[in-house]
Structures are given as structure tokens and as C-alpha cells.
Design a protein around this ligand. Structure first.
Ligand SMILES: NC(=O)c1ccc[n+]([C@@H]2O[C@H](COP(=O)([O-])OP(=O)(O)OC[C@H]3O[C@@H](n4cnc5c(N)ncnc54)[C@H](OP(=O)(O)O)[C@@H]3O)[C@@H](O)[C@H]2O)c1
Length: 348
């Protein structure tokens, strides 16, 4: 851990950094013993340890395969055992979309993630609060950035750090099995139609065909909503209206109606954030979507932010380090992801 991270942790109330190889049951048990000795009750575990897979199974050495499986297979089992010794903590397993889609050179990684999905579903069936999220590619930091994964060339849209946190907060309150927090990347879906390892509904198939035929002028696939209430809309207003339309499934958007007023809920807000983030990277966060909830207000805010940034460097997300990305989020927001899960009224 770097000095900056260390200092930041020191400022977090009651935070402590402990190294533990989760694939070693005895190390996790040792951690459990320490928690007991310190009188600490676990309220939740986020299991985000993982090793990226790389290389075809036919030419892969056994130990390389095992190294990819270890944190996810052995680690998940060990952490669930640890959770079972505490009164009803939540456990979130960071799985991957590859558990559903597979991927070239991803045999070990896909298997490891599929194991976590099954483990979570089984544990939930027995009443434990365990959730496995099939994440798409994360932009901004992490193993996909480290391995130069082209996030725009996948059949699912990538998730930003902000968007991922919003989804995580949502899933903690509304747990589901087999959730993929992403939209279809319709043009890619259509292009790779013949080799897709999964089926889609007729509605999605039609949307993919249409997206391939008529790419939206706004760049927002499936979002051709008419903006009502503004006689001479700006490009940003049109693009935001298009995004609202695609998220809300509406063909007309009142420029002065708030997102919630138009029928948006918290799941849609997470979706909205991810799309706005894609269109205008690093411009808005979740709180902004509530503060500027109409098309007019949000577009004005985005223009203002982009104006303020104009002249800066073209700082692509992928070029930033994890520390920089997390520093931007802020501790309060990170902590709030896990706040009031117990009070949410939802039952796992
Ligand atoms: N990034 C993405 O696009 C993406 C997409 C889908 C799913 N995911 C999943 O999300 C999780 C986090 O991904 P990431 O991008 O943050 O990965 P990352 O940047 O590669 O970080 C993985 C972390 O896991 C730790 N780790 C590996 N084996 C461990 C073990 N046996 N015990 C304890 N810690 C261990 C590593 O610690 P050391 O550095 O000390 O080795 C590292 O800090 C992973 O499970 C990944 O599969 C990521």
C-alpha cells in the first residue's frame, strides 16, 4: 500500500488495513479469530480479490489456471465460512460478465466467476445474504485498464467507477441473482450476432438490428426521444433528452420535468449515470443527477462543467491510476455506498 493510501485510511474512522490471502482458508480463519478477539462483528464483506485470466486453456499450465481460480473459488468459500460466524452480514462477490459470456483466453477466469455466481445463488437459497454481481468492464481503474481491454468493443457497455458504486449501492438494497449492471452495446451485439454465446429477447434483437441500420444521430443507441418545451434546443439538451428517452423508454421528454417525475427510479438513475458518464466522462456524479434532474438543468450543468474544463488536457480515464480515481470519489461517498442497508426495508 502506498503512502497516500495509508494516510487516507488513517483518516477513515475505525478503518484498518490487513493483508490476507483469501485463497488460504487458514489465513481467513486467522483473520476471523482476530475479529473475535477484538470483539468485532462483521456487517458485510465485499470480495473483490481476483486474478485476470490470460491464455488459451490448451496451452495453459495447471498452476496458472489454479492461480486464477484460487481467490474466487477458495476465497469465496473461505469468506462465506467467515460470514457464517457472524450474525447475518451481507457478502458481495465481484464476479464478471464472462461468467455468462465466456471469452477467448478466459476459460479459467470465466469458470472462477461462474463458480461464484453458483455459490451465491446456493447460499441465498439457504437464507444467507450473499450476492454475486456479474460486472461488465470497469473503466478508470482495475484489471481491464491494466490489460488494455477495449471496453467499447464488447456486447455490454462498460461501467465507470462512479456508475459501479451506484450499482453496488442499488444491489445492496435490491439483491438479485445473475444481475449484469450494463446495457447492451447494440451495434456490437448485431455485429457479433452469429457468435453470441447467449440469446436475447425479440425486443433486444429488433433494437440491435435497428441500431445497425440507423445509427442514432445523437450517438445514443435506442434513444430518439423528442424534446418538448424548448424551441431551439442545444446539442447537449438533445443528447441528454435522448439518453433520458432510452433509459425511461419514452419517445417524448418534457425539458422541464425532473427525471423522477418522468418515471425514473433508483435503478434507472444508475443506468442514467452510466450513460451520461459515457457521453460526458467525468462530468457528473450521482448527486448531480438529483440536483439537476431536468434535461434543461442537467444540460446546463454539463455545459458549465465542460466549459470549466476546456483547455485542460485530454485526460482519458484509462490513463489514471486507481489512487487518483478513488481520490476523486471521496470517502463520504464511498462509505455511503454501504450506509443504511439494514434500514432499507429490503430482505435478502
Ligand atoms: N476491472 C474490471 O473490468 C472487472 C470486470 C469484471 C469483474 N471484475 C472483478 O472485480 C474484482 C476487482 O477487480 P479489479 O479490476 O479491481 O482487479 P485488480 O485491480 O487486478 O485487483 C485485484 C486485487 O485482488 C487482490 N488479490 C488477488 N488474489 C488475492 C488473494 N488470494 N487474496 C487477497 N487478495 C487478492 C490483488 O492483490 P495484490 O495486488 O496484492 O495481488 C489486487 O489488489 C475482481 O474480482 C475482478 O474479477 C473486474
Amino acid at each position: 500500500m502506498g503512502e497516500a493510501t495509508k494516510r487516507r485510511l488513517e483518516r477513515l474512522p475505525a478503518a484498518e488495513y490487513v493483508r490476507c490471502d483469501v485463497s488460504r482458508a487458514e489465513e481467513v480463519r486467522g483473520l476471523g479469530e482476530r475479529l473475535k478477539a477484538d470483539g468485532v462483528l462483521l456487517t458485510g464483506i465485499v470480495h473483490a480479490a481476483g486474478v485476470a485470466g490470460d491464455g488459451f486453456l490448451g496451452s495453459k499450465r495447471r498452476e496458472v489456471y489454479d492461480a486464477v481460480l484460487a481467490p474466487k473459488v477458495d476465497g469465496s468459500v473461505a469468506l462465506l465460512e467467515l460470514a457464517s460466524e457472524h450474525p447475518d452480514p451481507f457478502v458481495v462477490l465481484f464476479s464478471s460478465i464472462t461468467a455468462v459470456t465466456g471469452g477467448f483466453g478466459q476459460g479459467d477466469y470465466s469458470a472462477a466467476n461462474a463458480f461464484m455466481d453458483s455459490l451465491a445463488a446456493g447460499a441465498r437459497a439457504e437464507g444467507a445474504r450473499v450476492l454475486s454481481v456479474d460486472w461488465p468492464t470497469w473503466t478508470g481503474a482495475g484489471m481491464a485498464v491494466d490489460h488494455d481491454v477495449d471496453a467499447d468493443d464488447a456486447p455490454f457497455t462498460p461501467v465507470s467507477i462512479q456508475g459501479g458504486l451506484a450499482w453496488l449501492a442499488y444491489f445492496l438494497r435490491h439483491p438479485v441473482d445473475g444481475a449484469v449492471p450494463a446495457d447492451f452495446n447494440l451495434p456490437v451485439l448485431e455485429r457479433e450476432w452469429d457468435t453470441l454465446p447467449f440469446t436475447v429477447s425479440a425486443e433486444v434483437a429488433t433494437a440491435a438490428r435497428n441500431a445497425a441500420k440507423e445509427p442514432s444521430e445523437t450517438g445514443e443507441a435506442g434513444g430518439d426521444a423528442v424534446l418538448a418545451g424548448v424551441s431551439d434546443p442545444t446539442p447537449t439538451q438533445l443528447r441528454i433528452a435522448s439518453i433520458y428517452g432510452s433509459v425511461l423508454g419514452l419517445t417524448e421528454i418534457d425539458a422541464y420535468a425532473g427525471f423522477q417525475e418522468l418515471g425514473g427510479n433508483s435503478l434507472m438513475t444508475a443506468n442514467l449515470l452510466s450513460k451520461v458518464e459515457q457521453a460526458y466522462p467525468e462530468t457528473v456524479d450521482v448527486a448531480d443527477l438529483f440536483s439537476y434532474s431536468t434535461v434543461v438543468d442537467l444540460a446546463a450543468y454539463i455545459d458549465e462543467q465542460r466549459g470549466a474544463d476546456a483547455g485542460g488536457t485530454d485526460d482519458r480515464e484509462g490513463d489514471r491510476s486507481l489512487r487518483e480515481a478513488l481520490a476523486e470519489i471521496g470517502d463520504t461517498e464511498l462509505i455511503s455506498v454501504f450506509d443504511d442497508i439494514e434500514d432499507s426495508g429490503e430482505r435478502w
